[in-house]
Design a protein around this ligand. Structure first.
Ligand SMILES: Cc1ncc(COP(=O)(O)O)c(C=O)c1O
Length: 396
């Protein structure tokens, strides 16, 4: 059965009661993708630390836990708390290990502390932070909740966060005595490497391996060396980081898959798990327009932002906020989808597309499963309780 037929079947009884545009997640495809990745890491789930910025929803995090995943990465505090909550609901809290892979500043560290305090100590020791540089590490040691893990963020050439290996080699000479934090690993995310850049990726991993050999003297237990996402994990898995560390790769996109991940899709045999359902809201010769504009389908790349599932001859053009014009090839003239027809779109970039939605329709094996929330969409706003207003209104 094609993906399109499977979605048609799953939505057959529900479509009239669903307003487009909406996100669909196929839980059968999620399970397949997670199992494929675990097979790729030699059936050792501890070698995969998926980044949950892609999924942001409890149901998919629960599915990952069910396939044996226990190590996670996140970018926001809502994602972090969601992982801990889902794990607690499955009595897997003690086993789950979460790396907050985003540099903490004073306000966000305060927010983390309050969120962990509110959980009254449940599982906080399995949370780790990134140290951007040596002085950030010293600041974290002084201010972060005791017992958390910490990983130096090693800039392998991406030029986004962390410091180049030289900085961390130098730091080894003045490494602070950590009493409150534990050195648990090294974070070397090489998002700039692509599938055809094996040699460059391996060069940077060789430096990371050398660094882990130097820094492991400061660690109470074997280090985790965390590298690579969807666009380079193949290179990282080929590289030998040695027996004295646990090497983990951290692709998250592969859980749902998207058009940009074609090499990973081919390598792992991924199934597309996320779609945006959209209806035709305008027709004209040579063109139909769908209701999935840039507020339903992320356009953060050159067009097209998506493809139309299972239909040849339709080319999505540049969207506006609520509209997606689609060119219809002359061969399809007279057979283009009618006004009101529902089409399924495959996103070019699934992570930012999921973040545009608050709710999601779940399907599995051609059946409708239900509707759920994308709990960690957007960004958390407050450190603790909301600040009180300082003005009550405009005086007359
Ligand atoms: C710190 C970090 N780790 C891992 C990833 C991997 O994610 P993806 O699956 O999108 O490659 C990303 C992607 O942006 C990231 O920023």
């Amino acid at each position: 059965m094609t993906d399109r037929l499977r979605l048609d079947r799953a939505l057959a009884g529900a479509a009239e009661r669903l307003l487009t545009p909406f996100l669909i997640v196929d839980l059968g495809a999620v399970d397949h993708n997670a199992r494929s990745m675990i097979a790729r890491v030699g059936a050792q789930p501890d070698r995969w630390r998926p980044h949950v910025k892609t999924v942001k929803q409890s149901r998919v995090i629960a599915a990952l836990l069910d396939t044996g995943v226990r190590n996670f990465k996140c970018a926001t505090l809502d994602e972090l708390v969601l992982i801990l909550d889902v794990a607690a609901g499955k009595a897997a809290l003690d086993a789950v290990d979460v790396l907050w892979a985003y540099p903490a500043h004073a306000a966000s560290l305060d927010a983390l502390t309050r969120r962990l305090d509110a959980r009254s100590g449940r599982g906080s020791s399995n949370v780790s932070l990134l140290a951007n540089d040596l002085s950030h590490l010293e600041w974290l040691e002084a201010h972060a909740p005791a017992g958390l893990g910490v990983m130096p963020d090693v800039d392998l050439g991406m030029g986004r966060t962390g410091r180049a290996p030289d900085h961390w080699f130098e730091a080894a000479r003045v490494w602070p005595a950590l009493e409150r934090l534990r050195l648990v690993g090294l974070h070397g995310y090489d998002g700039h490497h692509r599938w055809d850049q094996r040699a460059a990726a391996h060069q940077s991993y060789a430096v990371l391996r050398e660094l882990s050999d130097t820094l492991r003297a400061f660690a109470p237990a074997p280090l985790d060396v965390v590298t690579s996402g969807t666009h380079s994990f193949g290179h990282a898995l080929e590289f030998d980081f040695g027996d004295s560390v646990r090497h983990q790769v951290s692709p998250g996109t592969i859980v749902l898959s998207d058009l940009r991940s074609a090499p990973a899709v081919a390598e792992l045999g991924l199934r597309q798990a996320a779609f945006v359902a959209s209806r035709v809201i305008s027709t004209a010769p040579g063109r139909i327009t769908l209701d999935a504009g840039s507020k339903a389908m992320s356009p953060d790349g050159p067009p097209p932002s998506c493809t139309v599932l299972g239909l040849e001859g339709l080319s999505p053009q540049t969207p506006s906020e609520e509209h997606l014009p689609v060119s219809v090839t002359p061969e399809l003239a007279g057979r283009a989808p009618d006004f009101g027809a529902m089409l399924y779109l495959v996103p070019s970039h699934v992570c930012t597309t999921v973040n545009l939605h608050r709710r999601v329709v779940y399907v599995r094996d051609g059946a409708f499963v239900g509707i759920g929330d994308i709990e960690a969409t957007g960004h958390p706003l407050t450190v603790g309780p909301e600040p009180a207003a300082t003005a009550t209104g405009v005086s007359t």
